[in-house]
Ligand binder design. Structure first.
Ligand code: NOJ
Length: 533
């Protein structure tokens, strides 16, 4: 039965931010040999696929999302040979490795941009997006960088502005130029041929801009005091209809190889997001679904509506996926608090679709306050108070100085709670978040219903409750999440008379239950295997 599913449907993806996972040489920055040392851990945890945020040569203006060479490894992280070794060891364990493709922009230090800015008639000029200054000498239009400030910088030598939707050191490539497309496709082939199993593709929905670069209209929701870059609607600099033809081309490149995957980074509401599966499922395999991250209010009603909306909107054959956190978002445990983060983990690992876990969330790692003088994230520098360093701090492995992450000085401060919140400590604690995550992953792997079964909401009259049934063959798994602050007792005998507790968020409940009077504590979740009648 499993053979009819692709690995990227049945596996769980774990995002590693390489700078922060494991340092092997004492320079305070994580690296590839470090990741290799931790494969045992990942395997124990129950991870089948790892995605590495960029490891390519880069001036690190945006910590690798400013690529200066698409087909090599930055010496800070190791060598190409060390990457090959990591991939081969992961493969031996049945684990897949995904890299992060950053096609929207390159570093301004990439030889393509260096050539492009050297003169207006350089053959690489048209690989980027250049415009004359506005009549007043200012930028060609009103577009804003996601990090803050204008999305245009003036190149004094040639007298034109170049576009950068992010940092000035991240120049947007011109995807209307076929040579650019081929160059990136060749980079994809380079990695596929080396055995890379797929790519997470950075800001894929921004790849192509409106051909006339019109001004963006104001966002009526924006209020003074909010970051300036949210003042305008991003109508003309993202989500253009032509992007789908480009994604189809990328998909064709992936399809030249056996069983590879493309995961697109796309922050869009569900009805827009699902278009990225492609009209004939010829888009990305998984358009990242960040709707649990962007959800305004975290409550049972909003989450049920979201899940049902998503299930309805998916195109036939489109495989769902869910995300709770990543290197751009405040950590889930900080957003929701520890008890609710456990519930969220149960939700993530029992919903239908491929889950992506962000490193450290399995420990309930929290955002680390970063003093102003230690802020290094370009967004945090340009838009104080909105930096992403807090969610990128070193993995907390053990209670030794350096948290088992480094013997040197870590590039970002280690969380104050590392001596108590760490892998070693939590592996020994049967009720820890880590053991809960491990248990849920094991359960998901062993259960066809959880792994690939159908989804159906179970109606209840309790407003703070979200319950659903996952089914495959004769197997039925009931998930009940009490998101409220008070205990509840409920009758779900419509689902079946009895069941066995397979997991509880507190990791302290086991045994048989009758479904006509199930008791849940405040902020408690249960996974119940329904007994066959
Ligand atoms: C999205 C990445 O996740 C983020 O970290 C980065 O800053 C921007 N894209 C620009 O590449």
């Amino acid at each position: 039965m499993k053979a009819s599913y692709h690995w990227w449907q049945t596996d769980v993806v774990y995002q590693i931010y390489p700078r922060s996972f494991q340092d092997s040489n004492g320079d305070g920055i994580g690296d590839l040999p470090g990741i290799r040392q931790r494969l045992d851990y990942l395997q124990w945890l129950g991870i089948d696929a790892i995605w590495l945020s960029p490891i390519f040569p880069s001036p690190m203006a945006d910590f690798g999302y400013d690529v200066a060479n698409y087909v090599d490894v930055d010496p800070m992280f190791g060598t190409l040979a060390e990457l090959d070794q990591l991939v081969s060891e992961a493969h031996q364990r049945g684990m897949r490795v995904l890299l992060d493709l950053v096609p929207n922009h390159s570093s301004d230090e990439h030889p393509w941009f260096v050539a492009a800015r050297s003169s207006r008639d350089n053959p690489y000029r048209d690989w980027y997006i250049w415009r004359d200054p506005a009549p007043d000498g200012g930028p060609p239009n009103n577009w804003l960088s996601h990090f803050g400030g204008p999305a245009w910088s003036l190149d004094h030598t040639t007298g034109q502005y170049y576009l950068h939707l992010f940092d000035p050191k991240q120049a947007d490539l011109n995807w209307r130029n076929p040579a650019v497309r081929q160059a990136i496709y060749d980079a994809m082939r380079f990695w596929f041929a080396r055995g890379i199993d797929g790519f997470r593709i950075d800001v894929i929905w921004m790849l192509i801009k409106h051909p006339d670069l019109p001004d963006n209209p104001p966002d009526p929701q924006w209020k003074p005091g909010q970051p300036e870059q949210h003042r305008l609607l991003r109508r003309h600099d993202q989500h253009q209809p032509e992007v789908h033809a480009i994604i189809r081309e990328m998909r064709m490149v992936a399809d030249e190889y056996q069983d590879r995957v493309l995961i697109g980074e796309i922050y869009l509401p569900i009805d827009d997001l699902v278009a990225y599966y492609g009209e004939n499922l010829d888009g990305v395999h998984l358009p990242f679904n960040f709707n649990l991250v962007t959800l305004g209010e975290w409550n049972a009603h909003a989450i049920r509506e979201l899940v049902e909306h998503y299930e309805r909107a998916l195109p036939p054959g489109g495989w769902p996926n869910w995300v709770l956190g990543n290197h751009d978002q405040p950590r889930i445990a900080s957003r929701l608090g520890q008890p609710m983060a456990r519930l969220a983990q149960m939700l993530l690992l029992t919903l239908r679709g491929t889950p992506t876990l962000y490193y450290g969330d399995e420990l309930g790692m929290e955002d680390v306050p970063i003093p102003a003088e230690l802020v290094v994230d370009p967004q945090g520098i340009r838009t104080p108070g909105h930096g992403r360093d807090p969610e990128r701090t070193p993995m907390q492995w053990d209670a030794t100085p350096g948290a088992g992450f480094t013997t040197g000085t870590p590039w970002l401060p280690i969380a104050a709670d590392y001596a108590t919140r760490n892998v070693t400590r939590q592996q020994d604690d049967p009720q820890s978040m880590l053991v809960l995550t491990h248990h849920l992953l094991e359960l998901r792997q062993a259960s066809a219903a959880l792994n690939r079964g159908s989804y159906a909401t179970v109606a209840t009259s309790e407003p703070d409750l979200f319950a659903y049934l996952r089914r495959a063959g004769g197997e039925q798994i009931l998930v009940i999440l009490n998101m409220g602050a008070t205990p509840v007792t409920l009758d779900l005998s419509s689902v079946g008379p009895t069941g066995t507790i397979a997991a509880s968020t507190g990791m302290q409940r086991t045994g048989h239950v009758t479904l006509d009077a199930i008791m849940l504590d405040a902020v408690e979740g249960l996974v119940i295997a329904i007994d066959e009648e």
